[in-house]
Design a protein around this ligand. Structure first.
Ligand code: AMP
Length: 189
């Protein structure tokens, strides 16, 4: 099974992806994690990406499409993958359709984890108040920029996948366990 988890930053895509990895033996492909690894390793890609990531902007499509294309070649992806944080705009979605087509793969479902902006902003403010260990792109100001990018560039993927009859929506404002149950329901149903 190949899945996309879609949703705004902070909706819990990573947490739910981890549960799908242990529950269904899928491989999590998080472009955010891969880019953070490139930043930490100080690669050329990492240097280019860091400024954009810190500003809450998207890194160029060719970088993330290249990363995903290479990663999909690795044998573990044969058991099925969860795209987490990719695609982020229509150009990436079209590139992913083409990539999967070339590799003889297909998407089974796109799960939208839906959460209101205000809930995300209050969650991040609460987390910031409780901890002084912040990721450089993890504060309320950057979150507002990331939400703007999400609504402008990523939200158009919802009608795109609805048009392919693949979109399933779950309420991301429930507890983590309840969201997992909802995801299982839509995937099994
Ligand atoms: P994430 O961990 O998925 O929230 O991603 C963190 C940051 O990495 C984003 O704010 C972007 O700057 C960058 N990023 C991650 N995935 C993508 C993508 N598919 N396209 C462009 N930029 C991305």
């Amino acid at each position: 099974m190949n899945l996309i988890l879609l949703g705004p930053p902070g909706a819990g895509k990573g947490t739910q992806a981890e549960r799908l990895v242990s529950g269904r033996g899928l491989v999590q492909l998080s472009t955010g994690d891969m880019l953070r690894a490139a930043v930490a390793a100080g690669t050329e890609v990492g240097k280019k990406a860091k400024k954009l990531m810190d500003a809450g902007q998207l890194v160029p499509d060719e970088i993330v499409i290249g990363i995903i294309s290479d990663r999909l070649e690795e044998p573990d992806c044969k058991s099925g993958v969860i795209f987490d944080g990719f695609p982020r705009n229509l150009a990436q979605a079209e590139a992913l359709d083409a990539l999967l087509g070339e590799k003889g793969l297909s998407l089974d479902a796109v799960v939208e984890i839906r959460v209101d902006d205000e809930v995300l902003i209050s969650r991040i403010e609460k987390r910031a108040a409780e901890s002084d260990d912040e990721r450089s792109d993890d504060n309320a100001d950057v979150l507002r920029d990331r939400l703007k990018v999400y609504h402008e560039q990523t939200a158009p993927l919802l009608p795109y996948y609805e048009g392919q009859n693949k979109l399933k929506v779950v309420d991301g404002m429930l507890t983590i366990d309840e969201v997992s149950e909802e995801i299982e329901k839509v995937l099994n149903g």
